[in-house]
Design a protein around this ligand. Structure first.
Ligand code: PGA
Length: 269
C-alpha cells in the first residue's frame, strides 16, 4: 500500500484529486469507479474546481459507482444516483449516459442485475481507478464484515453499525434502506488502481485493521494489502493508530520525491 499522510481532510482531497486528474488527463477513455458517502464529497469539489479551471474534462470518462440502495427510485433524494448528480455529475462535462450505478428494484432479479453490472464494467475495459471510502466497521462499498473476499456485485444486507453510521443522512421520518446492491470485493480488486480516502478519528481503528491487521473478511478493506496498486490517503486522525508513524513519514517523503520527479502519468499506462 502507498500511504499518503495528509494534515487534514482538505489536504487529503487535494492529494486524491491529483490521482484522478492524472488518469483523466493521460488516458483517452478513462474508466473511474466512484464512491458515495461524506468522505469523497471534498474530492468531488476539488474535481469540479479543476474542471471549472479547464484543467479537467470528464467528456470521455465512463463511471461505475460502487453501490446503490435496493429498490430506491433514481430520483429519490437519498438514492446514490441523486448523490452523484448533486455532488459531481451536474457540475462537470460528463456524458450522463456513461455513468452507471448498480440499481435494482423490487421485481428485478438481483443476481442478474449483478451479473449485468459486471459485464458492463468488463465491456468498458475494466475500472482504471476505483475511489473508496472505508466504513467504521472496515467495509468497502457495502461489503460488510464477513463478505466473501471473492464476492462480485450482489445484494447485501447492511449491518446495524452501517445503518447507525448513515442515519445522520436521513430525516427522522424517512425510511432508511437496509439493503443495497454493491460491487463485490473481487470486483473492487479487479480495478487497476485503488484510491481509498479516510479522514477523522472515527475511522482510525478500521484504518489500523486495514493496514496493520491480518487480511480477513472481518475487515473487508484489509484485502487491499493484496492489491498491487492501492493508494491510501489519510488525514492525521485516521492514520493515528497505525504503528510506526516515523516510517510512514519517511516513506511518504520518498514517495512525494518520486512523484515530483516522474509525475503520476503512469496511472494511465
Ligand atoms: P463515509 O462512508 O464517507 O460517509 O464515512 C464511508 C463508507 O461507508 O464507505
Amino acid at each position: 500500500m502507498q500511504i499518503v499522510l495528509c494534515d487534514d481532510a482538505e489536504h487529503a482531497a487535494r492529494e486524491a484529486a491529483k490521482w484522478v486528474q492524472a488518469l483523466l488527463v493521460h488516458k483517452a477513455k478513462p474508466v473511474l469507479g466512484l464512491a458515495t458517502g461524506s468522505t469523497p464529497i471534498r474530492l468531488y469539489q476539488e474535481l469540479i474546481a479543476l474542471h471549472q479551471l479547464q484543467q479537467l474534462s470528464f467528456a470521455n470518462c465512463t463511471t461505475f459507482n460502487l453501490d446503490e440502495y435496493f429498490d430506491i427510485a433514481a430520483t429519490h433524494k437519498q438514492s446514490y444516483r441523486s448523490f452523484m448528480q448533486k455532488h459531481l455529475f451536474n457540475h462537470v462535462d460528463i456524458d450522463q449516459t456513461n455513468t452507471y450505478l448498480p440499481a435494482c428494484s423490487q421485481g428485478q432479479n438481483p443476481r442478474l442485475v449483478g451479473l449485468e453490472y459486471e459485464q458492463k464494467i468488463a465491456a468498458a475495459g475494466g475500472i482504471d481507478l476505483q475511489i473508496l471510502g472505508i466504513g467504521s466497521n472496515g467495509h468497502i462499498g457495502f461489503n460488510e464484515p464477513t463478505s466473501s473476499l471473492a464476492s462480485r456485485t450482489r445484494l447485501k444486507t447492511l449491518t446495524a453499525q452501517t445503518i447507525a453510521d448513515n442515519s445522520r443522512l436521513f430525516e427522522p421520518d424517512e425510511v432508511q434502506p437496509t439493503m443495497a446492491m454493491t460491487m463485490g470485493i473481487a470486483t473492487i480488486m479487479d480495478a487497476r488502481y485503488i484510491l481509498l480516502i479516510a479522514t477523522g478519528q472515527a475511522k482510525a481503528e478500521a484504518v489500523r485493521q486495514m493496514v496493520c491487521g491480518p487480511v480477513s473478511a472481518y475487515c473487508p478493506a484489509s484485502i487491499l494489502q493484496m492489491h498491487e496498486h492501492a493508494i491510501v490517503v489519510l488525514d492525521k486522525d485516521a492514520a493515528s493508530l497505525i504503528s510506526d508513524q516515523q516510517y510512514l513519514k519517511v516513506a511518504e517523503q520518498e514517495n512525494q520525491r518520486m512523484i515530483d520527479m516522474y509525475g503520476l502519468q503512469f496511472i494511465a499506462e
